[in-house]
Design a protein around this ligand. Structure first.
Ligand code: ATP
Ligand code: MG
Length: 413
């Protein structure tokens, strides 16, 4: 099917509106890359010559919000989804950067100067991620950096000098290796050398941004190959120390096997995308050992203080990611339900536990890997609809509107 016909109609409408208002506008980044590789994009980023205020004028205040203080973006609502519309930008000049107190001359913290389409293409990270698509006019794919050929050849290549580009923003190391793990790209030799040299600088990046990246990786359905790429290029130690330390141990072996099974289930659409469940899945082998199980695949004693030890084990495994108290509590609850489920022929009260659904799902997943008796599972009733929403310890939070990148399934928390 031609690319144009595979784009979500609502995205074409949105771009049509901007173009009708006189603003050059395109789909950009991962969506164009995915379409060229025959994959359905999970989100669409939109780049435009319009300023955020002009975007708001085009859609009206009810459909558009401007977000961000320095890096200002427009969020446009279409149905229940939000699309990110960003104005073409350029890399700041040395002079502009020297005016900023927080700029050390190396790391780029924000690039918020508006620019042309050409500027916008060259400030992006890799050639494969810097393509534009025009679904309204007749320009089709716009390739200013040689990205089409690199996608055809599955080569990850930095735009500009890779050493400089990865130094400017160490998260690009992670993004380059995602191309390797997620889509089977190879690294251009210059980029490979830069990844090996600059990987440890990831410690300078914001840990909450890195944790968000981990959650995204666990939802790709290619988590194991992405983490394997991190490990193969010496990046995992700096990014996720406990996982790197265990990579070749029995704990790491079981973790890789459960992640592989999870990837398979995600690809088959047979796995909830709950973030708490994703983290609990990865943490189970580590926690099993920390809680004193005699063997991997067997459970720990439910002794006094087990909640506390489990929470600590979860925190240690994910350090230095800032896993929130709520997430840690949910991961702990999912894990601690497992031996209780395994020990009860009649599950009784456990069915009403808010995490029952996820504990049951995790039991099924790990059971498939560890050859646990499947009859057990069939004795437990299916969950009663969705788990009850939990309150945040710090009080009630407003539920944010879903970004178009979030999946259509409603169990992503
Ligand atoms: P996906 O959304 O499938 O994970 P993506 O490449 O679209 O992949 P996004 O985080 O949605 O990732 O970013 C959109 C685009 O913004 C990228 O394709 C790239 O062009 C640009 N971009 C994102 N992060 C960076 C960065 N750290 N440095 C330079 N450009 C970036
Ligand atoms: Mg994207």
């Amino acid at each position: 099917m031609p690319i144009r016909d595979r784009i979500r109609p609502v995205v074409c409408d949105l771009l049509g509106r901007l173009v009708d208002c006189g603003h050059e506008s395109y789909i950009v980044g991962g969506a164009v890359r995915d379409l060229l590789m025959g994959i359905e994009p999970k989100d669409y980023d939109i780049a435009t010559a319009a300023t955020p205020e002009e975007v708001r004028r085009a859609f009206g205040r009810r459909r558009c919000r401007i977000i961000g203080r320095r890096f200002r973006l427009a969020h446009v609502y279409a149905g229940s989804e939000i699309y990110e519309v960003s104005t073409f930008r350029r890399t700041p000049t040395a002079d502009e950067r020297s005016e900023r107190l927080d700029d050390d001359g190396i790391m780029i913290w924000r690039d918020n100067e508006f620019g042309t389409l050409e500027d916008d293409a060259t400030r992006r990270d890799f050639t494969a991620n810097a393509l534009y698509y025009d679904p309204v006019g007749d320009r089709g794919v716009i390739d200013l950096v040689g990205g089409v050929k690199d996608i055809e050849e599955r080569v990850a290549r930095a735009i500009g000098d890779p050493m400089v580009r990865l130094e400017e923003d160490p998260v690009r190391v992670l993004r380059g290796l995602k191309l390797v793990g997620q889509f089977g790209f190879s690294l251009d030799p210059g980029l490979e050398a830069a990844i090996r040299a600059k990987g440890p600088r990831i410690a300078l990046a914001s840990q909450s941004r890195l944790f968000e990246e981990l959650l995204k990786i666990l939802a790709t359905g290619r988590a194991l190959p992405v983490l394997a790429a991190f490990q193969n290029y010496g990046f995992l130690t700096a990014y996720w120390p406990a996982m790197a330390q265990e990579w070749d141990t029995p704990v790491g072996d079981m973790t890789r096997r459960v992640l592989e099974e999870r990837d398979r289930r995600i690809a088959a659409g047979a796995c909830s995308l709950s973030k708490a469940l994703a983290l609990a899945t990865a943490a189970l082998p580590w926690v099993t050992v920390r809680l004193g199980s005699p063997r991997l695949g067997e459970f720990w004693e439910h002794t006094e203080g087990v909640e506390h030890h489990c929470r600590e084990a979860v925190q240690e495994f994910f350090a230095p990611f800032p896993v929130s108290r709520l997430f840690t509590a949910r991961i702990r609850d999912i894990l601690l339900l497992l031996p209780r489920l395994a020990g009860h022929l009649r599950v009784g009260r456990l069915v009403r536990h808010p995490e029952y659904k996820y504990a049951r799902e995790l039991y099924a997943l790990v059971g498939a890997v560890m050859d646990w008796p499947p009859e057990r599972l069939s004795q437990w009733p299916p969950p009663e609809g969705e788990p009850a929403p939990r309150r945040h310890p710090a009080g009630r939070r407003r539920r944010p509107r879903r970004r178009a990148s979030d999946t259509a399934r409603n169990d992503t928390t």
